[in-house]
Design a protein around this ligand. Structure first.
Ligand code: GAL
Length: 675
């Protein structure tokens, strides 16, 4: 879909006099920019009063960009409604859980179910689509901006009423809803759909099934606004339509569902600057974006250096932006865009980095921007190629929602906590992973890991069982397979959905006190667990490790079940990379036949994208990577076995031969399919 790697950023020319536009276009060409996101927040400018439009500035800038050969991702400005709309229709304001209607003076904070808001969106999008639908500069439509940014859930009366209608369409009969939601508990029975309230601030213990459907509805409410806009655009333009996701940092949006609605997945990712080794979280974001996309995807926003919205906005170190960008590229991105092109002088984001910083072009940031642009031109052959992965981690937003509702066995049970522990350990072992929905086809993976599948539908459980039966290796972490899609416990002993697959059952949970630790013995030696312990009763599985202290001392802590042609593994406590997880995973990877490169140090990120191998050195030491014959994709240097990667640098090699294969790649994974 994209011709070469797309490179550029958010362009907000309305903040600048027109002579700066000409300078901008010249600099864009110097930097190799070929796409900009335009008009993302300009509603108040192009529609100064209801139904009155002024496209003069936008016309001129579109033509200027087009003459310079720069494509446009044309924004629809609906995430920043004009002041006149807020004044005329105060009911469009998003109402938070505490019942506060969010004020204007900023962007976002609008109710996706508001009729007045949706009508105003439709009107301005129609104007844009008619005017620019056939404009030769338009390569892409960038609908709205970060749906859900100011809060996914709106608790206003219009949302509450829409929720009732949505439930009626889903359950048709109120008794079906009562059954599904288990309303016999506390006698919380409904006699009609209009008796149901949105779960705003309430005494504790709001029906979890209601809360889950509320989250599904809220996700759908935003999707409905997206579809409304997409359909208007499609009537006037053949260009692909997208909106920017916030993977993995938006809990409220089920991006498996969103990915089916966009022509191309676009993701925004910002590092938390003070988080140690934050490049691992970046890799996870990219792998998950690739997974939901199951096809082309791009980074719509990341930053050249500091952001402005964290407590301490640390600048990126020299070379860090390059490593970040090329890590996204390695993991499948076909576009690398930044927020934003030119640093603002005005407004809330004036301390945010940009491609053109306040200091202008005699700056390290600008030099890195120009260097990256040049490299991306040479990397055009990478565009559209796939990433090999033989391991999948299960990811399901619904399980995230359910696991973190109130009144679980421990507040230390965190969805991302476990996913990231497994992801990080695999990353350190240079294993590239896909993410997969639990109901997706898993047959192409040698190993599937389920670190936090608390909510697991019967369908998903069947899928996992079939995967193991057919020869797959499955590794499940504690507190998985516990409830169905309504947060109803699967029948019988825990983990009801996986009991037979795992060949064991759990007699009692023993969550640990704050900071508590348990010791266990694994085949590779002693290990330490956090958060969780539980009494496992084997029923077909064999113990491969046992607790040596704590509430379950002497009982199994890790179990293995041979089933059909495959094997299912289970861990009953939170192991981390340094406390036993690496060894455990190492054994499971060996058993599953997942190759890892030999002689590659931990801080060297090694990712295979089709015939290209990306070597990203996150350390301050020069590293030599053995076992690859190939040519440097940027300068054609030929390597006959050993590849030097200087401290902090990135080397991209077109592979001629590998011995042994670096990274995975023996068999191509099937990619990941959403529902
Ligand atoms: C994103 C947003 C951009 C910009 C950026 C700053 O969330 O989409 O418009 O505000 O953050 O980091």
């Amino acid at each position: 879909m994209l011709k070469s790697v797309r490179y550029g950023g958010d362009y907000n020319p309305e903040q600048w006099p027109e002579e700066v536009w000409r300078e901008d276009v010249g600099l864009m060409r110097e930097a190799g920019v070929n796409l900009v996101s335009l008009g993302v927040f300009n509603w108040g400018i192009i529609e100064p009063a209801p139904g009155e439009y002024d496209f003069g500035g936008l016309d001129r800038v579109m033509d200027l960009l087009h003459e310079a050969g720069i494509g446009v991702g044309l924004g629809t400005p609906t995430s920043s409604p004009p002041a006149w709309l807020r004044k005329a229709h105060p009911e469009i304001r998003l109402v938070d859980r505490e019942g506060r209607a969010l004020a204007g003076g900023t962007r976002h904070g609008v109710c996706p179910s508001s009729a007045a808001y949706n009508e105003a969106c439709a009107a301005v999008v129609e104007q844009l689509a008619v005017r620019y639908g056939a404009h030769p500069a338009v390569e892409l439509w960038h609908v709205h901006n970060e749906y859900g940014w100011a809060g996914v859930e709106c608790y206003c009366p219009a949302s509450s009423a829409a929720f009732g209608r949505w439930l009626e369409a889903k359950y048709t009969d109120i008794d079906h809803l009562n059954e599904a939601w288990g309303t016999a508990f506390w006698g919380l029975v409904y006699r009609s759909f209009d008796q149901i309230e949105a779960p705003a601030a309430a005494p504790p213990g709001v029906n979890p099934a209601l809360q889950l459907d509320w989250k599904r509805f809220s996700n759908e409410a935003h999707l409905a606004n997206f579809r409304l806009q997409r359909e208007i655009i499609a009537r006037h333009s053949a260009a692909p339509v997208t909106t920017n996701f916030m993977i993995p940092n938006c809990e409220g949006m089920d991006y498996w569902r969103w990915a089916r609605e966009v022509d191309l997945v676009a993701n925004n990712h910002y590092l938390i600057a003070e988080r140690p080794e934050n490049h691992i979280e970046l890799s996870m974001s990219a792998d998950l974006a690739r997974a939901v996309a199951a096809g082309p995807w791009m980074v719509m926003e990341h930053s050249t250096s500091a952001v402005n919205w964290q407590s301490r906005n640390l600048a990126k170190a020299p070379g860090e932006m390059r490593r970040n960008s090329l890590a996204h590229l390695a993991r499948g991105a076909d576009g690398l865009m930044f927020f934003q092109w030119r640093a603002s002088r005005v407004g809330a984001e004036k301390f945010h980095s940009a491609m053109v910083p306040h200091g202008g072009t005699d700056t390290a940031v600008w030099r890195e921007v120009v260097r990256l642009g040049g490299d991306l031109e040479r990397l055009a052959p990478v565009t559209g190629s796939g990433v090999d992965a033989e391991v999948a981690i299960l990811w399901d937003w619904e399980s995230w929602w359910a696991l973190e509702l109130e009144w679980r066995p421990s507040i230390d049970l965190g969805y991302r906590e476990r996913i990231e522990a497994y992801y990080e350990s695999l990353w350190r072992q240079h294993v590239t992973v896909d993410f997969a929905h639990p109901e997706a086809d898993l047959s192409g993976y040698r190993l599937v890991v389920a670190p936090a599948s608390y909510l697991l539908t019967s369908e998903a459980a069947k899928n996992l069982r079939g995967y193991v039966d057919d020869g797959g290796s499955l590794l499940v972490s504690y507190f998985s397979g516990i409830v169905d899609e309504h947060d109803t416990v699967h029948p019988g002993a825990h983990p009801g959905a996986l009991r037979e697959t795992l060949g064991l059952w759990v007699e009692e949970f023993h969550p640990l006190p704050e900071g508590g630790r348990v010791a266990l013995d694994l085949p590779a030696g002693p290990a330490r667990g956090r958060i969780w312990s539980e009494r496992i009763r084997l029923d077909g599985a064999e113990a491969v490790g046992s607790f040596t202290d704590g509430p379950d001392a002497g009982h199994p802590a890790v179990a293995r079940h041979r089933l059909g042609a495959g094997t299912a593994w289970y861990t009953a406590t939170a192991l981390d990379d340094a406390t036993g997880l690496r060894e455990l995973l190492g054994g499971v990877l060996d058993h599953a036949g997942v190759p890892r490169p030999a002689g590659v140090p931990e801080g060297l990120e090694l990712v295979r994208r089709a015939e290209h191998c990306f070597l990203i050195n996150h350390t301050d030491q020069d590293i030599t990577v053995p076992g690859i014959r190939g040519a440097n994709a940027l300068d054609d240097t030929v390597y006959d076995g050993d590849i030097p990667v200087a401290a902090g640098e990135v080397v991209i090699v077109r592979i001629i031969e590998e011995t042994p294969p670096p990274g995975s790649g023996a068999a191509r994974g099937p990619g990941v399919h959403g529902r």
